[in-house]
Design a protein around this ligand. Structure first.
Ligand code: HEM
Ligand SMILES: *[C@@H]1O[C@H](CO)[C@@H](O)[C@H](O)[C@H]1NC(C)=O
Ligand SMILES: *[C@@H]1O[C@H](CO)[C@@H](O)[C@H](O)[C@H]1NC(C)=O
Ligand SMILES: CC(=O)N[C@H]1CO[C@H](CO)[C@@H](O)[C@@H]1O
Length: 328
């Protein structure tokens, strides 16, 4: 049979159809209750273990939330933030932005407890997503159902953390492009920034705003004058060690007060203040401040699910790591 142009076209269409079909099959989605048959107790085990640690050290909850963010923004939510460096390959863990990441011991304890019940079944990437949810709930924040079914990656590269994690001095346009590049929206940006309602920061992450910001010996004009004075008392120039509460007075409580602070020009980082530089993010900040966070809890739950979908490995991609610090 001769291959006429028409036949060629039909064959071409068929090929396109088959390849788009296999694309759909390849890109499986996460699902709530993914482990209900193969490890029914997993969410309970995670919650129980996290509770033990948060009870002893409430401030660890914030660190655990941040860890999921750092995981998802570098190579997708694939547990790569947990991998240890190798002699010839410094991992994300050892990149500058994680300077202050804490809570690896909690993740290891959770993983060990889960492995005991169902060995080789639950990914480290899913464990991070479940831990983040529990950490927020235990801090008084919203609760949501976590879609699971992520698999673990095998690669972690320090340099990629530096490129993919927005720095605290980011302006609104680079924050937007960072979030857009991960498939997140402007709303996700302003909502997820509300995470800074819990936790602490090193002075080094914002002290550029306090001393000689524009080269005239002054503070960042976008920072409330009196707040700058208070922060200078806590953070002397070049102090590398000191940490401060990001939401003074309620830094262990997941509430809407971040938006009250930002609306009063008391956001700690330039990236927090930058939310006032876009009309939409500014409107959201002011709305939450005015309505005592009327929609923040529900919005946060939704945006966390969006963040948890970034670049996930599913199906037969990646692996289920036995220990979170090491590929199998
Ligand atoms: C929008 C861009 C963001 C920037 C520029 C940023 C930057 C930072 C910085 C510089 C710190 C302090 C680190 C230190 O000096 O110790 C921090 C802390 C924190 N961040 Fe973000 N962050 C961003 C978004 C997020 C997101 C999306 C989440 C969670 C979904 C998050 C959760 C946290 C938490 C909970 C802490 C406190 C950690 C602790 O107390 O150990 N951040 N962030
Ligand atoms: C925002 O920051 C980026 C990266 O540092 C820079 O290239 C850009 O010029 C800045 N934009 C504005 C409007 O300041
Ligand atoms: C402030 O910055 C300007 C310009 O970079 C510099 O000339 C000056 O020496 C700095 N002052 C202090 C006190 O560091
Ligand atoms: C917890 C952790 O691994 N932190 C590392 C982050 O990166 C610095 C280097 O920039 C390391 O010294 C820390 O150990």
């Amino acid at each position: 049979m001769a291959i006429t142009p028409k036949l060629f076209f039909l064959l071409f269409l068929q090929l396109m159809f088959i390849s788009s079909l296999s694309n759909i099959v390849g890109a499986q989605e996460l699902a709530v209750g993914f482990y209900q048959d193969c490890c029914p107790g997993v969410e309970y085990i995670v919650a129980k273990t996290v509770a033990q640690y948060v009870k002893k050290q409430p401030s660890i909850a914030a660190s655990l939330l941040r860890m999921h963010f750092h995981d998802c923004f570098v190579r997708g939510c694939d547990g790569s933030v947990l991998l240890n460096s190798l002699p010839n390959n410094p991992a994300e863990k050892d990149a500058f932005p994680n300077l202050s990441l804490k809570g690896y011991n909690v993740v290891d304890a959770v993983k060990a407890a889960v492995e005991k019940q169902c060995p080789g079944v639950v990914s480290c990437a899913d464990i991070l997503a479940l831990i983040a949810r529990d950490a927020v709930r235990m801090s008084g924040g919203p609760v949501w159902k976590v879609p699971t079914g992520r698999r673990d990656g095998r690669v972690s590269i320090s340099r990629e953390a530096l490129i993919n994690l927005p720095p605290p001095f980011a302006n609104i346009s680079s924050l937007k492009s960072s979030f857009f590049s991960k498939g997140l929206s402007l709303k996700d940006l302003v909502v997820l920034s509300g995470s800074h309602t819990i936790g602490v920061s090193h002075c080094t992450s914002f002290s550029n705003r306090l001393y000689n910001f524009t080269g005239k010996g002054d503070a960042d004009p976008k920072l409330d004058k009196y707040y700058a004075i208070a922060l200078k008392k806590k953070c002397k120039p070049n102090d590398q060690k000191k940490i401060v509460e990001m939401d003074p007075g309620s830094f262990k409580t997941f509430d809407h007060s971040y938006y009250t602070l930002v609306s009063k020009r008391r956001g700690l980082f330039q990236s927090d203040s930058a939310l006032l530089d876009d009309p939409d993010t500014k409107a959201y900040v002011q709305l939450q401040a005015r309505t005592r966070g009327a929609t923040f809890a529900a919005d946060f739950a939704e945006s966390m699910i969006n963040m948890g979908n970034i670049g996930v490995l599913t199906g037969t991609d990646g692996e289920i790591r036995r220990r979170c610090g090491f590929v199998n």
